[in-house]
Ligand binder design. Structure first.
Ligand code: PRP
Length: 181
């Protein structure tokens, strides 16, 4: 018997329409700039892929991977870099692309880390701004959807590596309290 159910939260069509909106804003703001988009693995790979294909300006793309040890709510020291970006960022205009901002620890760490590479600017684009557990007051410059709570999966987001491949975003509803992340 299944221990959780999936409740639809954001459809693929709504996501695509929001992405077109964000891409239009970013294309206008970064016209004649040296835009580099940095996707955070693994969750952001689908969002980044759809977003860059809606831009009307050139963009360079790179990825970074972070691992969080223990529970993220414990301390910012629990975030560690496991794969750095490979492109030089000196003088470039960076947009970090995240699937979801939850506690904010990942972003706080990453903004700090990327600023050390002397880019001209660093901004943040997140598909989902989930504020309920926010501990670090990070600034999100381009937001897709504000969804205060719930364990979300699909469109890159996983639960123990499951459901990333789903086209829509769902909330996972646990039927047994003990299975919560
Ligand atoms: C998720 C998500 C963000 C981060 C946000 O990644 O993709 O990167 O958590 O959480 P925070 O705001 O509380 O730091 P996760 O560590 O689950 O890795 P994944 O992308 O490989 O699934």
């Amino acid at each position: 018997m299944s221990e959780y159910k999936l409740r639809p939260v954001i459809t693929y069509n709504r996501i695509q329409s929001k992405i077109r909106e964000i891409a239009k804003t970013i294309s206008a703001q970064y016209k004649d700039k040296n835009l580099v988009m940095v996707g955070i693995l693994k969750g952001a790979f689908i969002f980044l892929a759809d977003l860059v294909r809606e831009l009307s300006i050139p963009v360079e793309i790179d990825f970074i991977r972070l691992a969080s040890y223990g529970t993220k709510a414990e301390s910012s020291g629990s975030v560690q870099l496991t794969k750095d970006i490979e492109l030089p960022l000196e003088g470039k205009d960076v947009v970090i692309v995240e699937d979801i901002v939850d506690t904010g620890y990942t972003l706080e760490f990453l903004v700090d880390h990327l600023k050390k590479k002397n880019p001209r600017s660093v901004k943040v684009c997140a598909l989902v701004d989930k504020s309920e557990r926010r501990t670090c007051p990070v600034k999100i410059d381009f937001t897709g959807f504000k969804i205060p709570r719930g364990f979300l999966v699909g469109y890159g987001l996983d639960f123990s590596e499951k459901f990333r491949y789903l086209k829509d975003v769902y909330e996972i509803i646990f039927e047994k309290e003990s299975n919560k992340k």
